[in-house]
Design a protein around this ligand. Sequence first.
Ligand code: UDP
Length: 242
Amino acid sequence: MRKGEFAYEGKAKKIYKTDDPKQLLVEFKDDATAFDGVKKDRLQDKGILNNRLSAIFFRLLEEKGIETHYIETISEREMLVKALDIIPVEVIVRNIAAGSISKRLGIEEGIKLKKTVLEFSLKDDALHDPMINHYHIYALDLATAEEMAVIEEAALHINTILIPYLEQKGITLVDFKLEFGRHQGRVILGDEISPDTCRFWDSSSGEKLDKDRFRRDLGGVVDAYREVLRRLEGGDNPALES
Ligand code: UDP
């Protein structure tokens, strides 16, 4: 694999082409943004941690039979992935009320939902990722009903894999966001799984171990991400020293 020309820059990642048109290189940046890019900062080593954490989650999911875009880790900040035709629908999976659902529906943060909630948003920063439903998805031809069935089943399956895996490490999975894309006729998981895209709470103290530390100015953002990695990798790891 040879790193090719720069292809695209997102808020937290840069994408490069490779010599294989079916593969891309994802570089995780230290940039953090919130509130549609209004709040911005650079958090030293966040990209390294998210690259490691995403790789751990993708490998776990692959082991459990979920196809992801992850191929291999290339360097501290880079992973090789399958090139996807991204479906512009963000899928949010919620186990416990927090963030926008709490505000929108007046549910206190921390209340366990009686049933897992799936929500969909149009992936469009300029429109602030508005929430959409199946009618919008089909009316705008964003995905087919067959694709949505695959996506929903995968999202719920991923949740049932991640909840016990994290609970065993003392982390409660509150909610998370997934993105899917088409690759050689299949719909597979893309993007990242990291504390930037999930809410992780310490199971005993309730302490936030995710991007809410940045959104809410709680401090210790990178230390919290490092703590998640420490728990997932287990044991002493000199690479985790700050
Ligand atoms: N999320 C994300 N990207 C987005 C919106 C949400 O990764 O553009 C994640 C967020 O980190 C949280 C979950 O999806 O884990 C639910 O987010 P929510 O709708 O509560 O949004 P927010 O609190 O960011 O407004």
